[in-house]
Design a binder for this molecule. Structure first.
Ligand code: ADE
Ligand code: ZN
Length: 336
């Protein structure tokens, strides 16, 4: 099963590029940019990773970004991630980035997006991995700041496929960003929002995402299972859910395999993803392998979840069909 998962052609739809910052790169960039780190070695930094909920993770995640300053830093971060992803047989990625976490530190929007974009181009040409970019707004910042960043992005609209919403969900409902998401939709961008596991008012937030903002996908969204009505809405709207098992484990002490089983039983388009793999110490393959073990998922169920990722990807039907055929061929050859 492990080899079957490792060699399977896959897609990743929920990965924060800043969450792929490996400690070794962090140390190299800190040295180059003369930024002081509080730890002596990459190993010491890793052992200081201590999170048990969203706020405790976010504190460490934002602190880690201070080493990212020049365009080249964003290039290297992105290229390294895409290289790692390709080594895991990931053929297609939708990458989140958090521009506000950089502009607040005095790093320009153009520096960030240009570095990421150039790495995407080079990785596609040199490594054969396709990727598209999703700009996330930080929900614990103001709606005005989100709108300003959407404006900053307009000269680079061709470089974006969609917008997302992340960071601290507490008291920051989807409705706070209704206007900016409406504007983004008018610009032709796809919409997704985080509904992290076990957040206050989570069912209200999921409902707002679907009925008010009219998102195209939901990131996480595990708690929707508590409401028959929400499950029905998710199915009717054919919304993909980008679930991140190892990320969930830090909050709920389980890879949420029971919930993922329930989603599959209900024919909800659940997909498996890595979220912040450098921090959670698990890329996509490790997420799938650990999940399969915890939940004793069958090969067919693993294939369904990987198929779902291609189905709900923001690609045109022809490209999706090509990826799905590749996956089908892999599965039938493996079974022979
Ligand atoms: N930023 C990076 N990872 C996140 C997550 N899982 N939830 C909210 N914001 C995030
Ligand atoms: Zn996330």
């Amino acid at each position: 099963m492990q080899r079957f998962i490792e060699n399977m052609p896959k897609a990743e739809l929920h990965v924060h590029i800043e969450g792929t910052l490996e400690p070794e790169l962090s140390f190299a960039l800190a040295k180059k940019n003369k930024v002081e780190l509080s730890y002596e070695t990459p190993e010491a930094l890793i052992s200081a990773y201590d999170f048990n909920d969203l706020p405790s993770f976010l504190t460490i995640y934002y602190a880690g970004m201070n080493v990212l300053i020049e365009e080249d830093d964003f290039y290297q971060l992105t290229y390294d991630y895409l290289n790692k992803a390709r080594s895991q047989e990931i053929l297609y990625v939708e990458i989140f980035f958090d521009p506000q976490a950089h502009t607040v530190r005095g790093v320009s929007f153009d520096t960030v997006i240009t570095g990421i974009h150039k790495a995407q181009i080079d990785a596609e040409r040199e490594l054969g991995i396709k990727s598209q970019l999703i700009m996330c707004f930080l929900r614990d910042m103001s709606a005005e700041s989100a709108m300003q960043h959407l404006l900053l992005a307009t000269p680079h609209l061709d470089w974006l496929i969609g917008v997302g919403l992340d960071s601290d969900e507490r008291n920051n409902p989807p409705s706070k960003f209704y206007d900016v998401f409406s504007e983004a939709k008018k610009l032709g961008l796809k919409l997704t929002m985080h509904c992290d596991v076990n957040q206050k008012n989570t069912l209200v937030h999921i409902k707002q995402c679907i009925n008010e903002v009219k998102v195209d996908r939901i990131d996480h969204g595990i708690n929707a299972l508590e409401s028959e009505a929400l499950c029905k809405l998710i199915k009717e709207n054919k919304l993909g859910l980008t679930v991140c098992p190892v990320s969930n484990q830090f909050v709920v002490q389980s890879l949420t395999s029971d919930e993922i089983h329930q989603m599959l039983e209900k024919d909800i388009l659940v997909t498996i993803n890595s979220d912040d793999p450098a921090y959670f110490r698990a890329y996509l393959n490790e997420n799938l392998i650990k999940l399969q073990k915890e939940g004793s998922f069958s090969q067919d169920q693993i294939v369904t979840m990987v198929e779902n990722s291609f189905k709900v990807a923001w690609l045109d039907d022809e490209i999706k069909g090509n990826y799905l055929n590749k996956l089908k061929r892999y599965v039938s050859e493996y079974k022979q």
